[in-house]
Design a protein around this ligand. Sequence first.
Ligand code: NAD
Ligand code: APR
Length: 234
Amino acid sequence: MSPIQNIVILTGAGVSAESGIDTFRDAGGLWEQHRVEDVATPEAFARDPDLVLRFYDMRREAIQTKEPNAAHRALARLDAEWPGELLIITQNVDDLHERAGAKRLLHMHGEHLNAWCTGCDVRSLWTGPLLDRPACSACGVAGHLRPDIVWFGEMPYRMDEIYHALNRADLFVSIGTSGAVYPAAGFVREARAAGARTLELNMEPSQGSYWFDEARHGPATALVPAWVEEVLEQ
Ligand code: NAD
Ligand code: APR
C-alpha cells in the first residue's frame, strides 16, 4: 500500500459532543430543540432577526464554557507532527479545534466567535451578544452585524481550497458527522475519485458509510487518539 503523504480530515458536531456541545441530529439534538426554518436560514433572519440573534448569542455563550476533548487534542498533535500535507475541514462553528492547538484548519460553515458586518463586509472576532445591535468594530455602524455562520441554503466558505485538498488527498478521514448535509457529505466521493483511501470514525454508521473503505464506530475521544497514534507510526 503506497505511503500516506496528504491527509484531509472532515469533522462534524460529533467531535465536540464529548465536550458538552449538542450535536444537531442525535436524540435531543439542536434540531429537536429548534426548527432550522426559525433559526438557521437567511429567510429566518429577515423574518425575525431577534429570534435568530438570541439563538446564536445563547450558543456563543454556551460554547465559551466548553473545553476541547481528547479527539481535538489528538488532531492538534497530528497537525503538529504530520510532515506531509494536512487539512482539517470542520463543519463546526465552535473554536475547540483552535483551542486544542490545530493550525491547518478550515471552518466551512463559519465561526461562532466571529461576527459579519453586512454593511462593510468585514468579519471580526466577536465574543459578546449581537442582540443589542452593537456597532461594527471596522466601520463603526451599528445594526449591521450578523453571526458569521453559513445558514441552510448559503454557500460554505473556501470551497476552492477544499476541493484542491481533496484532489490531492491520499487519505480522507471523516469524524463525527452524520453525512446529512451537502456539500460536506459528498467530500468522501471527491476523495475516492482522486484515489484516496477513506476512513469513517463515528459513533454509528453515517448516511455516507457506503462510500468509506473502512469504518470504526465508537466515541471520538477513544477512536481519534488511537487512529492518530497509528498513522504517526506508519
Ligand atoms: P439541505 O436542504 O441539503 O439539508 C441537508 C440536511 O440538512 C437535510 O438532510 C437535513 O438533515 C438537514 N435539514 C435541512 N433542512 C432541515 C430542517 N428544516 N430541519 C432539520 N434538518 C434540516 O441543506 P441546504 O439548504 O442545501 O444547505 C446546504 C448549504 O447550507 C450548504 O452550503 C451547507 O454547508 C450550508 N449549511 C450550513 C448550516 C449551518 O448551520 N452552518 C446548516 C446546514 C447547511
Ligand atoms: N463520537 C463520535 N461520533 C459522535 C459522537 C461521539 N461522541 N456523538 C455523536 N456522534 C455522531 C453521531 O452519530 C452523528 O452521526 O456525530 C454525528 C453528528 O451528526 P449531526 O448532528 O448531523 O452533525 P453534523 O454531521 O456535524 O451536521 C452537519 O448540519 O445543521 C448543519 O451546520 C450544521 O454543520 C452542521 C451540519
